[in-house]
Write a protein of this length. Structure first.
Length: 642
């Protein structure tokens, strides 16, 4: 029955136009009789049919021009009512003008219509508006009868965005949401009504939850600054109210909000900082029209570098990785997003220098983002040979061949675990950093291994902490443990980590890469360190569960090589600010290329012997502040101490 009375089809719009025309013509007859312009019998005289038709024609043209019939009546608002007034006024004005002309030329009966038209303006516009109000009232009356089974929600957002969300929900007949009101931090709006719904202050959330059994709060993603968003989200999380994020209206499907576009709050939203402002002109100048190579392209950071690099109009982007399935998945994603035209796939292991040389001969890349690396601390602690072959030798292979082929810029992705390393993985990345920095030293030309032309390659290193949601990070692991109702395993109650979202990290990589002159290590502002146990507790709350009741948190002890906290800066390094507030430069530390090149070659020879202790011992000789923690290699530190 509801579908019959409130259809959302094109036919219903023409039906509305027909009803509107019937009302304006009928009220015209009434106005003529009430003003004694014509008698009742004269109104229906066949000779006056021409004027009725003329009035209908003018009214229909005006109503169609002003699109009076295209709105959905049950969602009519003040703007729609004003348009109805305007349509009737314009219709009357045009009819008076035409009628005056005809009366003067033909001296017909309808030359004294002024009073009737004035009365008709008020009667017809009032009836048209009343009809819309009645339809709207009837619709919402029946809708309220069904609202008892719906979830009570609040909407948080700026005034305009909040109204858009409200309308989108009300227009979705399949929605099971009932809007109680709006939440706003602006006290000037509090206690006022917006679209017949009251505006409450954010401090009222707890009371509203008890009074109205609030289950959810909808957020407009782009409506709040980060501080206000975090404040209200913290309140919701602590009160057990589910937070639903609504995408910006320009991303709605065909201008309508689809339920599939709503998403649950993610832990990234709790840790979110102010959006990064990029110098896009500088990045565009750096990447536009260039052939870009991304190693480790199938990984979390590498794949995001690919996505963002494609936004800067490169000539081509080469995706290099040895992981077949993730690389294939990324290729399909880019095809689905119509971004695959300039993408080339090249499967290779960075340890294989001949295969990498083939890659460069084939595509001749101009910019290289080197993200290929082994990153899991416990895995590399048990397999140091692979850490050296990929993180050290692989980086050396990529850098050497980049110089050989005259690459313009080489950007290496490093980690905060390279600072005062306590594990093999961090030490291997520190060795990679040292080698990359040594390639900017002047004596490299004198070796004869590198030509003067090739030395133009600028080598840049970016160093940052953990990224949220990367493959194998704590976020996916905690999610899986919560789904199984726990327990969540945290290594230590005091362990902290710096966190950054993947897009944020890559944006800074792009910015640092564009500003790099060669030899710098760029450090990113990671914000405040986060206690992992707090992260776990918040994720439990986000899932609508109670920590230590529904899901327990247990402490398992530090893993081999794991630190309690991470650092971004070495003691001997000093930081220099850049034009970007979130990027600093670690002042260059000079490394002799001849020395560094030789010690890495010696390390690779030891690696081929397959003796883990000898390999790690050599790494500790090269990196004096590499002191193992909770690892089988601690005995090497004891030998040095004694």
């Amino acid at each position: 029955m509801k579908k019959f009375f409130f259809p959302d089809t094109a036919h219903s719009r023409w039906l509305i136009l027909l009803i509107d025309q019937m009302i304006v013509v009928w009220t015209l007859f009434i106005s003529i009789v009430l003003t004694n312009t014509l008698s009742y019998t004269e109104v229906f005289n066949a000779g006056n049919a021409v004027y009725v038709a003329l009035y209908c024609f003018i009214a229909a043209g005006v109503f169609i021009s002003l699109r009076i019939h295209t709105g959905i009546i049950r969602y009519s608002n003040t703007e729609d009512m004003l348009r109805v007034f305007l349509a009737v006024f314009v219709t009357s004005l045009l009819f008076v003008s035409v009628n005056k002309i005809l009366s003067q030329r033909f001296q017909l009966l309808w030359h004294q219509m002024d009073k009737a038209l004035i009365l008709n303006f008020f009667i017809s516009s009032s009836l048209l508006i009343l009809m819309r109000i009645l339809v709207k009232g009837v619709f919402f009356f029946f809708k309220e009868l069904k609202s008892e089974t719906k979830e009570n929600i609040l909407i948080y957002g700026s005034e305009k965005k909040a109204i858009l969300i409200k309308k989108a929900i009300e227009q979705n007949e399949d929605s099971n949401l009932s809007i109680v009101g709006f939440i706003d931090d602006n006290r000037d709006r509090v206690d006022k009504y917006l679209e017949q719904k009251k505006v409450y202050h954010s401090c009222s959330v707890e009371l509203l939850k008890e009074k109205h059994n609030i289950k959810k709060i909808l957020f407009a993603e782009d409506a709040l600054n980060t501080l206000n968003k975090k404040k209200i989200i913290d309140i919701c999380v602590n009160e057990g109210i589910k937070v639903i994020m609504v995408p910006p209206s320009d991303k709605w499907l065909y201008g309508k909000l689809d339920s599939h576009q709503l998403r649950d709050l993610k832990i990234e939203d709790l840790l979110e900082r102010e959006p990064i402002k990029l110098n896009k002109k500088n990045i565009l100048k750096d990447l536009s029209g260039k052939c870009i190579l991304v190693t480790g392209a199938a990984g979390s950071i590498g794949s995001e570098i690919v996505r963002q690099a494609l936004q800067y109009n490169p000539k081509s982007v080469i995706l290099c990785d040895q992981a077949e399935t993730p690389l294939h998945d990324l290729k399909l994603e880019l095809e689905d997003n119509f971004q695959s035209a300039n993408v080339k796939i090249f499967m290779a292991n960075v340890q294989n220098v001949n295969r990498i040389r083939t890659l460069f001969e084939l595509y001749k890349p101009e910019i290289v983002f080197h993200a290929a690396a082994y990153k899991h601390v416990p895995m590399m602690e048990n397999n140091p040979a692979e850490a050296i072959l990929t993180n050290v030798l692989g980086t050396k292979n990529m850098a050497d061949i980049s110089m050989e082929f005259g690459v313009e810029k080489f950007v290496m992705i490093s980690t905060d675990k390279a600072v005062k390393p306590t594990n093999v993985m961090g030490a291997s990345k520190r060795l990679a950093e040292i080698y990359i920095q040594s390639l900017n030293s002047p004596e490299i030309i004198s070796t004869g291994e590198i030509t003067t032309q090739a030395s133009r390659t600028r080598f840049v290193t970016t160093r940052f902490g953990n990224v949220l949601g990367s493959n194998g990070s704590v976020i996916p692991r905690f999610k899986s443990q919560i789904e199984k109702r726990g327990p969540i395993t945290v290594t230590d109650p005091e362990i902290t980590r710096y966190f950054m979202t993947i897009p944020e990290a890559v944006q800074l990589v792009m910015e640092a890469g564009a500003m790099g002159k060669g030899g710098e290590i760029y450090l990113f502002d990671m914000g405040k360190p986060v206690k992992i146990v707090d992260l776990a507790v918040n994720m439990i709350k986000l899932a609508g569960l109670t920590p230590y009741v529904d899901v327990d948190v247990v402490f398992t002890g530090l893993r081999p090589g794991e630190k309690l906290y991470e650092e971004l800066l070495l003691m001997e390094e000093e930081i220099i600010p850049t034009h970007h507030p979130k990027i600093k430069i670690s002042q260059k530390v000079a490394y002799n290329y001849l020395y560094v090149n030789q010690i890495i070659k010696d390390l690779i020879v030891l690696n081929n012997d397959g003796n883990d202790l000898n390999m790690v011992k050599k790494m500790k000789e090269i990196i004096p502040d590499y002191i193992s923690n909770n690892s089988r290699f601690e005995e090497l530190d004891l030998l040095v101490a004694n």
